[in-house]
Each structure stands twice: as C-alpha cells, then as structure tokens.
Design a protein around this ligand. Structure first.
Ligand code: FES
Ligand SMILES: [Fe+2]
Length: 399
C-alpha cells in the first residue's frame, strides 16, 4: 500500500497564490538565484557509474560555473573547477571523457595531476618557481550518496548530503542505487521558459489526469504528492495491473517482471524523490533516474537527466525499462508544453497569480523554500532591477 514516509498534513488555510509573475522574468532576481538558490545548494552532477575507471570525468557548465568531476588514480571521486590556474581556460572541453594520468590545458599546456595539483607549467623557466599546491586546481565540495555525486559551489544552508537525504535513505536503499550502471548518456536539452516554470509543473500531480494520458492510465488513481519539507518532497504511485488503454502502458504492465529483490510494497511503485531546489531522483522497479533543471537565462532553461539500470538486468527488465522510458518521454514532452503555456502568462498584465488546489501544495511549499532563501520573492511588485540585491539583503537581515 501507499505509505507516507513522513507525516505531513496540509494546513486548512493556506495562501494559494504562488510566486508573483515578476519573479519569472527578472534578470536581477536570476543573478540572486544563481548564487543563493543554485551555487549554495547541493547539485547532482552524475552517478559514480558515469565514471567507473580512474581518469574518467564528466563536466557540467551551470549558473556561470564550470565543474569537472573525475575519478582519480586511487579511484576516489573529486570535483574541481574546470578552470586552468594560468589564464582560466577550460581544461577539458567534452561533457565526458577519459584523461590518461594527467590533465593538459589546451591553451598553453600546463599539466595537472588527477588530484588537482600542478605537475608543471609549459616553459617553466619563464616563471618564477611554482608550488604545485598553490597552483592546484580549485576544488569544489563533493559528496557521494547512494551512488549519486553531489557538488556544491559555495557553502549554504543545507547540511551534508547524507544528513539532508536521510528521510529517503531507507526506501531508496532497497534499489541498491550505488550498484546501478548507466542505461545511456546524460541527456541535456534546452527549453524556452524560466526554470521555476519547469519546477512548478513537476511539483504537482493535479495535472496528471488531464495532461498525461499514459501516466494516468498507468497509475493515475494511486498517485499522491508529499509537499516539500526541509528541502525534500516525495511522490508515490502504484502501477495499476489492469492498465492498458495506451499501447506502451499495456505492454509495460504485461512485460514488467516482478522485482523480487524489492520489498512487496515497492514492486509496483514509481517513486519520485524531490530535492530542493531543482532535482528529482526517480525509481521504477527496473530503473533509476535523476532529472534536474538549470537556468541559462530568465527565459531559457537546461533540462538534464540520466537513466540507470541494474547491471545484471534480465531481458524482461530491459524491455520494461524501454517501455517505461517511452512513457516518460511522452510525459516529458507534454510537460514541456505545459511549462511554456504557464510561463508565457507571467509577462501579461492580466496574470493575477496562481490559485492552487490542495493537490498543488507541493508548488506552494517549493515557493516557500525559495522565499526563505530569497525573501525579496515575497514582494507582490518587482523592486527596481538595480536595487534587487540590496532590497533582498535588507529583508534577509530583518528575518
Ligand atoms: S590557460 Fe591553461 S595553460 Fe594557459
Ligand atoms: Fe507532468
């Protein structure tokens, strides 16, 4: 049966209005969000299996920063700024790859060891003697939890990842997520909306019945959302064994094998673990995935996601995973359209704010978390763009 893993009830009387429209198209607010919402909060960079061997790396260009996550010679996962200490060139250009036992900057050829220390500058006699630690790559805070590699560019209000994620620990560990392997590459795509419009759509299941016929068929009547509390939310659904009005859903229900490694109540579950500000880890009985979004500009967002599978999956599990991916693909393109329609309204003078259902309480609680980080978002009208940071700082100090 569906079980809430935390006891969370919706208050009787809550403000149903959501963030004001100006928050979705202010450049000054976006700059504050980049720092306080993104750089100061944990971000999922990848899964350990995306870089199984020493020298494997992935890169991530987000919110004005460039991260390089690699596996060093000892097998440890490390994160550095992908910025050469000479003149700042990126050290590796690809989104993923392998370096042998050193990183060679493509600009002038400075060489770094995989632990980040400087092995040597090109033409070293043209410089005074250089200390390998002083000129080491700048590190980024990095923590591996259940196989997921989290990075954080700057200290922030969240505790260590393991502590932050503790409410999900027991349930997620049933899936042995750290042992899973990539089912494909990390996928990115751009969408023409503010990042919050993506999250607003993802944070509620009220739209599933209308907008996602396949999901509604698959699990609609069982789906429920837990709101954000302490930076985490969770949605849980159980596959209907009689579903099948849609071809992909019917095949999935028929083919998906019983995963006897899971406890009984999870064998038909599709669970979404939300992590403030911008990520979800999702499981089905045959797959694991993460998806997240990063702002590129006020009206442009990068969607990033990856799917993982059991290393020893059976043919039935492979087939079920393909069908689940097909259902997800339909769902995602439906969501992309909804985010566009919602986001477009924000610049209209006629837009009077949201009026949220109890079933959209997750949207409200996500906004509450944002307002806590950036109190300026509580203002109904936009402050002057040039004064945004000062107004926010003044409000933060009063709290
Ligand atoms: S910028 Fe890297 S070697 Fe010059
Ligand atoms: Fe959706």
């Amino acid at each position: 049966m569906n079980e809430m893993i935390r006891d969370i009830s919706i208050p009787n009387d809550w403000d149903r209005s959501g963030l004001p429209g100006w928050c979705y198209h202010s450049n000054a607010l976006l700059e504050l969000e980049k720092q306080h919402v993104f750089r100061e909060h944990w971000q999922i960079a990848c899964h350990v299996s995306d870089m199984p061997e020493p020298g494997n790396y992935i890169t991530l260009d987000i919110v004005g920063e460039r991260a390089l996550v690699l596996r060093d010679q000892d097998g440890a996962v490390k994160a550095f700024h992908n910025i050469c200490r000479h003149r700042g060139s990126r050290l590796v250009a690809d989104e993923s790859g392998t370096c042998r036992n050193a990183l060679v900057c493509p600009f002038h050829g400075w060489v770094y060891n995989l632990d980040g220390t400087l092995r040597g500058a090109a033409r070293p006699r043209s410089f005074p003697p250089m200390d390998k630690n002083e000129f080491a790559l700048k590190t980024i805070e990095c923590e591996v939890w259940q196989g997921f590699v989290f990075i954080r560019f700057a200290p922030g209000p969240q505790p260590a990842v393991a502590e932050m994620m503790r409410p999900f620990e027991a349930e997620l560990s049933h899936y042995r997520p750290a042992e899973m392997v990539p089912a494909g590459e990390i996928h990115t795509q751009e969408t023409p909306v503010n990042w919050k419009s993506v999250r607003d759509v993802d944070n509620e299941g009220y739209h599933v019945a209308m907008a996602h016929p396949a999901l509604q068929d698959l699990y609609g009547s069982t789906y429920y959302d837990e709101p954000f509390v302490d930076g985490l939310c969770r949605s849980f659904a159980t596959v209907n064994p009689h579903a099948g009005r849609r071809w992909s859903v019917g095949r999935y229900v028929k083919i998906a094998p019983e995963n006897t490694a899971l406890p009984e109540h999870l064998r038909k579950a599709w669970i979404y673990f939300g992590i403030f500000p911008n990520a979800v880890i999702a499981v089905t009985p045959e797959s694991l995935q993460f998806y997240q979004e990063f702002p590129l500009a006020v009206g442009r967002t990068m969607l990033r996601s990856a799917v993982y599978r059991y290393r020893d999956e059976t043919r039935e599990q492979t087939a079920a995973r393909y069908l689940a991916a097909r259902i997800d693909r339909d769902t995602q393109s439906e969501d992309v359209q909804l985010t566009i329609w919602s986001n477009e309204a924000m610049t209209s003078a006629a837009f009077a704010g949201f009026y949220l259902s109890d079933l959209e309480y997750g949207v409200r609680t996500h906004h509450d978390h944002l307002r806590k980080v950036l109190p300026v978002m509580t203002l109904a009208g936009a402050p002057e763009e040039g004064g945004m940071a000062a107004v926010n700082a003044g409000m933060a100090n009063r709290e």
